[in-house]
Design a protein around this ligand. Structure first.
Ligand code: FAD
Length: 302
């Protein structure tokens, strides 16, 4: 058995240089996808690993010019606990709070979740409804892409060789907004979404002035549902309006069958998840303190 090379750069510049110098090298942050997947035989570990978990300055969670700035190395535990995230970007806290187990959340990072590009990833749908942008940096400089533009398909990103995610910028929702993320899960921990939905609802003068809905694990990447969003806008967020919007998600849902669920089951359940996510988002927009994570609150109650 050949032994691979494990490199631990001390700075971002050094990490980018090593990434450029070692063809086929992979970054490893928390290692919960890369290393665990290798142990489970899902992939072979690349010849060279560039470990970034100790790089300084990439784990911040702060408000910058009214937007939320999160470093790629912020862990799900830190995101879930952040009062800033919980207060204004609540759907993201809902999502990070249910990743894996406490042990997973303490080491697993936002950057790793996004770069893994799984259609079942937890943080993708919330970031899509918030209109987040991802910063990619390579030796040649940095560029920003809308989060939806980061994914090319299951397990594939649009990042060029030698580029890494350094952070995410999440615009602030308008006043009068509430958000939520919920998923269908077969058990309470160590689970990934069978399907999931995020919603951002803005209410003004008693009616929905803006709405965004994104779906998890029903297409090759996280997708928005323009039909559900359109069905909500201009309407009072009544149970009937929310149910009608949820019923419209089938414009965007093209699920597959796999060991975790059939396409028909996913199609039926995505409507339920969308209804729950929109309902909680609307209640939060109205000032109701629905506990985080929303999945634990609404799961099985209706
Ligand atoms: C038991 C268990 C339960 C899990 N449960 C969930 C769950 O409920 N929901 C969920 O969404 N995920 C879940 N996961 C998957 C995983 O924990 C998350 O995707 C996590 O956020 C990955 O982060 P990481 O730092 O560990 O990534 P790593 O394993 O370090 O890296 C993952 C991939 O991203 C690349 N990468 C890492 N950082 C960067 C960067 N900054 N820039 C570019 N590329 C990068 C790596 O090269 C690798 O390809 C689970 C995993 C395990 C083992």
């Amino acid at each position: 058995m050949t032994r691979g090379t494990y490199l631990e750069p001390a700075s971002l510049d050094e990490a980018l240089r090593l990434l450029a110098e070692h063809d086929g090298a992979a970054l490893v942050a928390g290692g919960t996808d890369l290393v665990v997947g290798t142990r489970q035989g899902k992939r072979t570990l690349p010849e060279t690993l560039v470990a970034i978990h100790r790089l300084p300055g990439l784990d911040g969670i702060a408000e910058e010019d009214g937007a939320l700035a999160i470093g790629a190395l912020a862990t799900h535990d830190a995101i879930e606990r952040s009062e800033l995230v919980r207060g204004r970007w609540t759907a993201l806290a809902d999502a990070s709070a249910i990743v894996g187990s406490p042990a997973t959340r303490h080491v697993a990072t936002l950057g790793g979740n996004l770069a893994n590009a799984s259609p079942a990833m937890e943080t993708g749908a919330p970031l899509v409804v918030f209109g987040a942008e991802v910063e990619l940096r390579g030796q040649g400089g940095s560029r920003t892409v809308p989060v939806e533009g980061l994914w090319a398909g299951p397990g594939r990103t649009t990042a060029a060789a030698g580029e890494m995610i350094t952070g995410v910028r999440v615009p602030a929702p308008a006043d009068g907004s509430g958000s939520a993320y919920v998923r269908l899960e077969y058990r309470r921990a160590m689970e990934i979404a069978v399907v999931g939905a995020a919603a951002l609802v803005t209410i003004g003068a008693g009616a929905v002035s803006d709405a965004r809905v994104a779906l998890t694990a029903v297409a090759p990447t996280i997708v928005r549902s323009p039909a559900a969003e359109g069905a909500l806008r201009g309407r009072e967020p009544t149970a009937e309006a929310i149910a009608a919007a949820a019923a419209a998600v089938h414009d965007a849902a093209t699920p597959i069958s796999d060991v975790r669920g059939s396409d028909a089951y996913r199609r039926a359940m995505i409507e339920v998840m969308a209804r729950r996510a929109i309902d909680v988002a609307a209640r939060r927009a109205a000032g109701e303190a629905v506990p985080i994570p929303a999945t634990m609150t609404v799961g099985g109650t209706r």
